[in-house]
Design a protein around this ligand. Structure first.
Ligand code: ADP
Length: 244
């Protein structure tokens, strides 16, 4: 990361599927150091918003990473600009070691020649990613034998070695034990200090423990935004969650 702060700035973003508006006119600004949780009922448009930012679905409006427009670019271009995401199911190469997974991620999207040139500079960041994610002792184990939580951490490590400055994480603690959730929260705090982190999450307890700010989506629109306390006290939020 350079000296300039990173940020994600979304303005008037909309996504339609055959005339159905899944996301409507969303504004969202997330600054480096913020651990932003994106919550909302099923079908609120959370995944579609992440899909739009990462180039998987076409969108109108604007989504900028630190001043660089992302909309209209292809998935691999957006990844190379340093916007990384995880999916609900960790996608690691099960037969390859932890280290090999990170190695491949570090080389993703680059030509063999540029990879060769980068080799020396890339390796320390792999060591760093192992340490940050707590996977150093497991570096030579096949990813397939890792516990569920460890696979999620490896996936985050793969984004770190790709130099992702913006991380969009889809339900990172789904299926995790209480201890793994705690470790994941601490990991997100560590990496979030120098990056923009957006966490799509259903686990309200996890959100309360780790979110520094929250955006609530409902019906494809931003319903509420603020601190955990502000959002929880918002009658509009109570209405969509409790139906009162
Ligand atoms: P969330 O992640 O908040 O649960 P989604 O972003 O998955 O919500 O979905 C938002 C809305 O868009 C839902 O009504 C969903 O059915 C619809 N939707 C999502 N993807 C598609 C698609 N590829 N084609 C048509 N409708 C979609």
């Amino acid at each position: 990361a350079g000296m300039d702060s990173e940020y994600l700035e979304i303005r008037g973003l909309s996504v339609s599927f055959d005339g159905f508006k899944a996301v409507t006119d969303v504004d969202l600004t997330v600054l480096q150091g913020d651990l932003r949780f994106l919550i909302g009922p099923n079908g609120a448009g959370k995944t579609t918003l992440i899909d739009a930012i990462t180039g998987l679905v076409p969108a109108t409006g604007s989504a900028q990473k630190s001043g660089t427009e992302l909309l209209g670019k292809k998935v691999h271009q957006i990844a190379r600009l340093g916007v990384g995401r995880t999916f609900q199911t960790a996608s690691v190469f099960e037969q390859l070691s932890v280290l090999q997974n990170l190695d491949i991620a570090a080389g993703a999207g680059r030509s063999p020649l540029s990879l060769l040139r980068r080799r020396k500079s890339v390796l320390p960041s792999i060591e760093e990613a192992l340490e940050t994610t707590g996977l150093t002792a497991l570096r030579d184990k096949p990813a397939g034998v890792l516990a569920h939580g460890q696979k999620q951490w490896l996936e985050i490590g793969m984004l770190l070695v790709q130099n992702a400055a913006v991380l969009l994480l889809d339900e990172p603690v789904a299926g995790m034990s209480a201890e793994e959730r705690e470790e994941t929260g601490n990991l997100l705090r560590r990496i979030g200090a120098e990056r923009v982190v957006v966490v799509v999450e259903h686990d309200m307890e996890f959100m309360r423990s780790f979110a520094t700010s929250v955006t609530v989506l409902a019906g494809g629109r931003v319903l509420s935004e603020g601190t955990v306390e502000q959002v929880q006290a918002d009658p509009k939020v109570q209405e969509v969650y409790l139906g009162t």
